[in-house]
Design a protein around this ligand. Structure first.
Ligand code: FES
Length: 101
């Protein structure tokens, strides 16, 4: 069994020359997701981990995040979208089709 059941990598990259995930508040939303998984008691060994990532090279689609080991990509817009990704995908393994890219 792997150390974490699922990893959520969230791009928080910021740049001036082109579109980036931080244009949409990605860093703040990543903090929200990390706090939420802690509040739900699902973070840590055997559970889930929310990590910040550098550019994932899907900048125009941002803000983007990817769940591993499933390899499912999402574009989210707000805390409600992250709540859905956390409670459905991270906790239950159910892909959130409406946010999938
Ligand atoms: S800035 Fe987020 S994917 Fe490139």
């Amino acid at each position: 069994m792997s150390y974490y059941k699922r990893h959520l990598f969230m791009c928080v990259n910021e740049r001036e020359d082109k579109a980036c995930c931080q244009d949409h508040g990605a860093a703040e939303l990543r903090t929200y997701a990390k706090t939420k998984t802690k509040e739900l008691g699902i973070s840590g060994q055997g559970g889930v981990r929310v990590n910040q990532a550098g550019c994932l090279d899907r900048c125009d689609e941002g803000p983007v995040a990817v769940v591993y080991p499933d390899g499912v990509w999402y574009r989210y817009s707000n805390e409600a979208d992250l709540d859905e990704i956390i409670t459905k995908h991270l906790m239950q393994g159910e892909i959130v089709e409406r946010l999938k890219i």
